[in-house]
Design a protein around this ligand. Structure first.
Ligand SMILES: [Zn+2]
Ligand SMILES: [Zn+2]
Length: 258
């Protein structure tokens, strides 16, 4: 089967995302665009994945991973993805406890809203989530792997919160993939083999990279969902299968051109 996947989406729990980004809305937009797999990856929190799980269980042809975009102590971002909600929530607990206590002031820093599958607000996160955790990247990498998840450094080329800018190198660990941002592909700054064609009323480019680079929308508002996504060949939906396809470069990056 072919997954059309956007694995980097912020919900209304991220202080920098729009309040309209509820899990319900995200799924509606993704399905309208023809995507069949998503991940919700809020800054330093996985709490809106509970609503996501309740929602996606209604669909037979739609899949999700439970994620977080973590700011590690070295001040760069990494995606942490799980296909098991319990593991994602266990990780969420560890991370929340590791965050320094800086009280969120919604009017100044942005809302951090937990919602249910019907868009009802069920809580707000007290600590500010836009701050670095006490965990180093290497510690996080090991914890995520021990919980059968995967660590994918986010937007590695970007000069804010990207690993290469922060450290000057990629820590020597084994990666199934690294994420490169939408803007990098949009500006064609990477060496790629591209084909353009028109499909579903938008022009898209199919991009094959020379390394295991992947991309996703990093959307904070509904309009950006699926602006870049992945077509991944898998036998069935599981994180193991997805990791395997990343390792074998059995995927393509799809850039929508508006
Ligand atoms: Zn980021
Ligand atoms: Zn992000």
């Amino acid at each position: 089967m072919t997954l059309k996947a956007d694995f980097h989406i912020h919900s209304c729990l991220s202080p920098c995302a729009l309040l309209t980004m509820s899990p319900k809305k995200i799924i509606e937009v993704a399905r309208d665009l023809g995507l069949n797999a998503i991940a919700i990856t809020d800054h330093n929190s996985s709490k809106n994945n509970i609503a996501l799980k309740n929602l996606f269980e209604k669909y037979k042809d739609f899949y999700c991973l439970f994620g977080m975009e973590l700011t590690v102590s070295e001040e760069f971002h990494t995606l942490c993805l799980f296909d098991n909600l319990e593991a994602a929530l266990k990780f969420d607990d560890m991370i929340y406890n590791s965050l320094p206590y800086v009280k969120n002031v919604p009017e100044k820093m942005g809302s951090q809203v937990i919602v249910d599958e019907n868009d009802y607000v069920v809580g707000e996160v007290d600590k500010y989530l836009g701050i670095a955790s006490n965990y180093s990247f290497e510690a996080v990498y090991r914890i995520v792997n021990s919980l059968s998840g995967v660590c994918i450094p986010s937007h590695i080329e970007r000069d804010f919160y990207g690993v290469l800018y922060q450290l000057g190198y990629l820590p020597p660990l084994s990666y199934v993939a690294c994420e490169v941002s939408y803007n990098a592909f949009k500006n064609a700054s990477l060496k790629t083999g591209k084909t353009s064609f028109k499909s579903h009323d938008v022009y898209i480019e199919k991009i094959k990279t020379s390394e295991n680079y992947i991309s996703s929308s990093d959307s904070h508002n509904p309009d950006d969902i699926g602006r870049i996504y992945l077509e991944i060949e898998v036998n069935k939906f599981s994180l193991e299968e997805i990791k395997n396809s990343f390792s074998k470069q059995n995927y393509e990056i799809i850039l929508r051109k508006f």
